[in-house]
Design a protein around this ligand. Structure first.
Ligand SMILES: [Zn+2]
Ligand SMILES: [Zn+2]
Length: 126
């Protein structure tokens, strides 16, 4: 029975043989996890930003100045907002836009979700 040529796992020091050039299942999982960690890093950094006292203070301050959803108000509805949204999205916690009071608006959850969706679409070029 002919056997397909196997190549050693690319992970240094690993002697496992694999059918296709690349990693053995064990090391494949490991690199996949490493990739996911990198992708999750920016997200984690933003999440950490929302835990910061400076942001929480600014958020409370903004909600006391603008308690109603801005989008709903434009449409003539008075809806209490619960999300303090960045009008222009910030790139990292060090971005001045992140703590710029003039870059904030109050939104209700449905309006915020709608905006997040259209932001994502815009970035995809739709
Ligand atoms: Zn391996
Ligand atoms: Zn709204």
């Amino acid at each position: 029975m002919p056997r397909s040529a196997k190549t050693p796992c690319r992970h240094i020091g690993c002697r496992a043989l694999v059918d296709k050039p690349g990693f053995c299942p064990a090391h494949q999982r490991q690199t996949y996890r490493a990739q996911k960690q990198t992708a999750g890093h920016a997200y984690q950094e933003r999440n950490r930003f929302y835990q910061r006292a400076a942001w929480k203070r600014l958020r409370e301050q903004h909600l006391s100045l603008e308690p109603l959803c801005r989008e709903c108000r434009k449409a003539g509805r008075l809806v209490v907002g619960e999300v303090v949204d960045h009008i222009r999205p910030f790139q990292s916690p060090a971005d001045p836009l992140a703590l710029d009071a003039g870059n904030l608006q109050t939104l209700c959850k449905p309006c915020h979700n709608a905006k997040t969706r259209s932001d994502t679409n815009r970035r995809r070029g739709n």
